[in-house]
Design a protein around this ligand. Structure first.
Ligand code: ADP
Ligand code: MG
Length: 726
């Protein structure tokens, strides 16, 4: 007899008192009368979970796409909404994030995706497919102003413009679907907590005939008692731990504590510190009622859910959660039962710093904006009166920026620039969209734009007229940075796709693959030794991943434990590898490899190269910006691919202490290396480094370097982009 699979959907009750549900009629009529609705209300008022349901309940033929800035938000919210509707996740309610799709083309009516997924799908299917497939597009958390959200807003503005051309009709769905859909129009909703809604409204009105409506709905925020520090806190980790401890001991009523800290390292050290202090002051029995949990982006969804989800009923009265989180808990996810919030006042922000002649994408701890501080506050007043402890003074708060600085103004623009050019390019190929413009809320700053265009040109993604090439089209379709995408393409013509896929996977994961517990450091180092590659870190990591992939699923945990490896990171790497592998097997990719062969002389040379050489050649073709040369005088490296102007960087950098080069007994010191990132800790380091050969550079880095100068210190990226537009 066949065993029946039991996949009974979980059911939870919808909270009918949520402000958004109270105002559903007002929202529906605003939606009916306008093209774009900007909906602003406090976090927790029901925007993300309720609005799609309101739309679907009102018009059952609707098909709704909602973007979220983070994977974990898309997954948890879809899970919650499916439960509220008594549906199986992936059926009427589903989600899609970068490496996972739990939705169905035919039956999913409410689909939560990350904004990255929306961009990818627009790139592959086009703007018009978006309009055909969905009746409603909801962009959530617009206030975060991530680059992806900003590009999506540009895409949406474009998609909203009526094309008026008969070409659209030819692509329209036929049959019953068309009959039903033709009654619906494409509507866009932008949702946010605190935001500069007027700026966004203006953006959509500007140069269009769109009807744009702003609607604010007041939440049900309970009173939050706010306490400021009376003087600046010297160390925010110590300060946060002390505050959490005081709340735990001084405020006896129940309610969880949420502590905002900038990043993973701070969170882990705060947890260590708090545990130590608790051990000192409480008995084992008392400590059992405190559950301390971290929450940050690099965790697996399962780990994140542990922090986010409610305690079992039986534990609620007796146990208290203390959650140390990054700004992930600021808006997009709901953690039930928070009464106390401790706000460090800082967040980690990625910023491109053109400084000392070097461009560095650094994660820096920076003060948050007033809008973010208010969001953090709101987390304490969801279910009843709450308490907020700000580890900064009232005066400091008054001086903060009003809103966060949009990501597009801060980061390296190479990926963004390629996406924008590709979106325009694909749009133009469709006859009904030859009017295509592409406007954005904020332009990419000039220095970042120039550097991006120069890089894309050197990668072969753009031609001299800054038009997308065939290579660029393919690069835009690979879900990885342009540098990594180019290396993957190179591997198709060098015949080392398998190893390059592994390299791409280990470079794509956040967090370290090697574990180095301080109490077993020597043991860990010894275990890591067996993976060492003399070529450097990239290939060492590939050795680890390959060993991991060879283990049977049931042996993987044990393998990681024995070798001091991070199982979570490796399993993510495996997923990434599988996903990229599917993309790279596409016929267009394979034929690119076949139609771009090297000259016969080079082919001969390649035939004698081992896998490790081939992979490093691929890295040169993508990461030439990250080439560094060792200086004889002091052994420091000069990042020659990164200089803004010849000779303007003299400081030199060291190889990061974690590098596999440091593990060799007689240190092999390569004269030329390629690195994955420049990091600032106590000083500047290059991290994830492998050696390369001089001869590879002119062959694989096309026109980035002035080839004839290569080999002397004046080497500089070719500034010979004479015909740069704008
Ligand atoms: P908004 O998008 O306006 O911030 P949400 O729709 O995310 O609001 O959440 C509305 C309310 O639904 C929350 O305040 C909470 O009460 C409830 N809720 C949402 N997600 C969950 C969840 N995963 N678990 C428990 N309750 C939730
Ligand atoms: Mg929300």
């Amino acid at each position: 007899m066949k065993r029946k699979r039991t996949s009974e959907p979980v059911v939870v009750k919808r909270d009918t008192s949520l402000p958004i549900l109270q105002k559903s009629n007002e929202i529906l009529s605003a939606l009916a009368a306008n093209d774009v609705l900007i909906l602003v209300s406090d976090t927790g008022s029901g925007k993300t979970t309720q609005l799609p349901q309101i739309i679907l309940d009102n018009a059952p033929n609707s098909s709704i796409l909602i973007t979220q800035p983070r994977r974990v938000a898309a997954i948890t919210v879809a899970t919650r909404v499916a439960a509220e509707r008594g549906a199986t996740l992936g059926d009427t309610v589903g989600y899609a994030v970068r490496f996972e799709n739990k939705s169905s083309r035919t039956s999913t009516r409410i689909r939560y995706v990350t904004d990255g997924v929306l961009l990818r799908e627009t790139l592959t299917d086009g703007f018009s497919a978006l309009k055909r497939r969905y009746s409603h597009l909801i962009i959530d958390e617009v206030h975060e102003r991530s680059v992806n959200t900003d590009i999506v807003l540009g895409v949406v503005k474009e998609a909203l413009e009526p094309s008026g051309s008969p070409a659209t009709k030819q692509n329209a769905p036929t049959g019953l679907g068309a009959l039903l859909r033709s009654k619906l129009e494409f509507k866009v909703v932008l949702m946010s907590a605190t935001t500069d809604a007027e700026k966004i409204a203006q953006f959509f009105r500007n140069g269009t005939s769109l009807n744009v409506k702003q609607l604010g709905i007041s939440g049900i925020m309970h009173k939050v008692n706010t306490m400021f520090a009376t003087e600046p806190v010297a160390d925010y980790v110590d300060g946060a731990v002390e505050a959490a401890l005081q709340v735990h001991t001084g405020y006896s009523n129940s309610g969880h504590i949420l502590v905002f800290l900038p990043g993973q390292e701070d969170i882990m050290s705060a947890i260590g510190l708090l545990k130590g202090k608790l051990r000192h002051r409480f008995s084992k029995e008392q400590r059992r009622s405190v559950i301390i949990l971290p929450l940050f982006a690099a965790q697996s969804p399962v780990e994140q859910l542990r922090a986010i989800s409610d305690l079992p009923e039986s534990m609620r009265a007796t146990h208290r959660k203390i959650i140390f989180s990054t700004n992930i808990a600021e808006t997009s996810v709901t953690i039930p039962g928070i009464t106390y919030v401790v706000d460090s006042g800082v967040a980690k922000v990625r910023t491109l710093v053109p400084q000392n002649g070097l461009y560095t994408d650094v994660l820096r701890v920076q003060p948050i904006s007033q809008a973010q501080a208010e969001q953090r506050k709101g987390r304490a007043g969801r279910t009843g009166p709450g308490y907020l402890f700000r580890l900064y003074t009232q005066d400091h708060f008054n001086k903060l920026e009003k809103y966060p600085i949009p990501e597009i103004l801060r980061i390296d623009a190479t990926s963004t620039q390629l996406q924008i050019i590709a979106l325009k390019h694909f749009g133009r190929r469709r006859p009904e969209q030859n009017h295509l413009r592409f406007s954005m809320l904020n332009k990419i700053p000039r220095h970042a734009r120039e550097r991006a265009l120069e890089t894309l040109y050197a990668l072969g993604a753009l031609d001299k007229n800054m038009k997308l090439t065939e290579t660029g089209e393919l690069m835009a379709r690979i879900p990885a940075s342009p540098m990594l995408a180019r290396s993957l393409l190179e591997s198709l013509r060098l015949g080392c796709i398998d190893s390059m896929l592994s390299t791409a996977a280990v470079l794509s994961v956040e967090g370290s693959i090697f574990l180095r517990p301080s109490n077993k450091l020597e043991q860990a180092k010894a275990a890591h030794r067996r993976f060492l590659s003399p070529c450097g870190d990239h290939l060492t990591l590939v050795n680890v991943l390959h060993a991991y992939l060879q283990r049977a699923p049931t042996r993987k945990t044990e393998f990681c434990k024995d070798h001091f490896l991070n199982h979570r990171t490796l399993s993510v790497a495996e997923d990434v590898r599988n996903q990229l592998s599917v993309v790279m097997q596409h016929g267009d990719m394979v034929s690119w490899g076949l139609t771009h062969p090297f000259p016969p002389a080079v082919m001969e040379e390649l035939e004698e190269s081992g896998m490790e050489d081939l992979v490093r050649r691929c890295l040169v073709s993508g990461f030439f910006r990250n080439i560094a040369r060792r200086r004889n005088e002091d052994g420091k490296y000069v990042p020659i691919g990164n200089v803004k102007a010849v000779g303007s960087f003299e400081q030199g950098v060291d190889v990061h202490p974690s590098s596999s080069f440091r593990a060799f007994r007689q240190r092999k010191i390569p004269s030329l290396v390629i690195y994955d990132e420049l990091v600032w800790t106590t000083k500047m380091y290059i991290r994830t480094v492998c050696s390369i050969e001089h001869a590879w550079v002119p062959l694989h880095s096309s026109n980035y370097f002035k080839v004839r100068n290569f080999g002397v210190d004046e080497t500089a990226p070719s500034a010979a982009l004479n015909s740069r537009p704008g």
